[in-house]
Design a protein. Structure first.
Length: 318
């Protein structure tokens, strides 16, 4: 577990510090009522991907995917293009390399991308350390950085302001249509919780915790529909199994966010993990865990899976 944590994100420490209160929960009669097949994405559809991959961020046209992987020792962001009905061999993204760069998230308009990195906050600074779960993680901190896509290609990454980068353990961005940003940061207990910063009049506002975020359990890795009609996140809260992160979906209602629904119960017992992402049409959910194609948990690896969530969305009017 420690090796994977260094290669990827604090989300992979879920078993250690976010669900210590979890007890066995009886599965409801609605188990797998929206069943769908869970398929491998990477390694799998994308050639040449190491068995350590997470967080695929698709361009709005679906012709490019950026994701984190660790072919050697550092996690870096790779890009693969969809050409001639297949994905190309991935290459390092122009704005990545040289630091830990991970968890890319596209703006819905495709004009920029936000990612987490341990790179120095300033040109004269040091690589940042992380702190969560009441432990120090030298060299494994994270701040959020924005990089614009221009007609000439990717620009130079710019660190988001301190109102978002409040400390050195900020990860997992998700972007809405109006530019607002969801992300995660640890509280004083060491658990990560999700925050939302409204983008208004060209500035990010003070982040707030959404209503589904509760103190007793951590919540991490948000992915949100552009119009914020629904959001998916990971948590060890019930009915997640002990030492497991389940994927939960919440829907926007006139009164705010709905109660979280466990996608493992609704779709398949193979739907669990971290680093949720959505396809451009919002109908496919991508997520990562350490279960390989043979169904065996491999602590040194991490795999990206995909599953159709359209039945769940349709059942909730989307």
């Amino acid at each position: 577990m420690k090796r994977i944590t260094k290669l990827f994100t604090p989300a992979l420490l879920l078993a250690v510090f976010i669900n210590t209160n979890t007890k066995a929960i009886t599965i409801s009669a609605d188990t797998n009522k929206y069943w769908a097949e869970v398929k491998a994405f990477a390694p799998g559809e994308i050639p040449g991907v190491a068995n350590r991959a997470a967080a695929p961020a698709f361009s709005p046209d679906g012709k490019a995917v950026y994701f984190g992987t660790s072919p050697v020792k550092d996690i870096t962001i790779m890009v693969s293009y969809y050409k001639d009905n297949k994905w190309t061999e991935p290459v390092i993204a122009p704005f990545s390399g040289g630091f830990h760069n991970l968890e890319p998230a596209f703006a819905p308009n495709g004009k920029y991308l936000v990612f987490a990195s341990n790179r120095p906050a300033s040109a004269s600074g040091e690589i940042i350390d992380g702190y969560w779960g009441k432990k120090n993680y030298p060299g494994n901190g994270g701040n959020l950085w924005k990089v614009d896509l221009t007609k000439k290609g990717w620009g130079k990454p710019q660190r988001l302001p301190d109102v978002i980068n409040q400390n050195n353990s900020i990860f997992s961005p998700a972007i809405t249509a109006d530019g607002s940003v969801y992300f995660m940061l640890p509280d004083t207990s060491g658990r990560f919780h999700i925050r939302r910063s409204q983008y208004k009049n060209g500035e990010y506002q003070t982040p707030v915790r959404p209503s589904f975020s509760v103190d007793a359990y951590g919540d991490v890795d948000p992915v949100v529909a552009p119009d914020e009609s629904f959001l998916i996140f990971s948590s060890g809260r019930p009915p997640a199994l002990p030492h497991t992160a389940d994927l939960f979906i919440v829907f926007r209602t006139p009164k705010g966010w709905s109660e979280p629904l466990d996608l493992r119960q609704l779709i398949s017992d193979k739907v669990f993990g971290v680093e949720a992402r959505l396809s451009p049409d919002l109908k496919t959910l991508y997520f990562s865990n350490q279960r390989n194609a043979a169904g065996v948990t491999v602590n040194t690896d991490q795999y990206i899976w995909q599953v159709d969530i359209s039945k769940v969305l349709k059942a909730h009017g989307l």
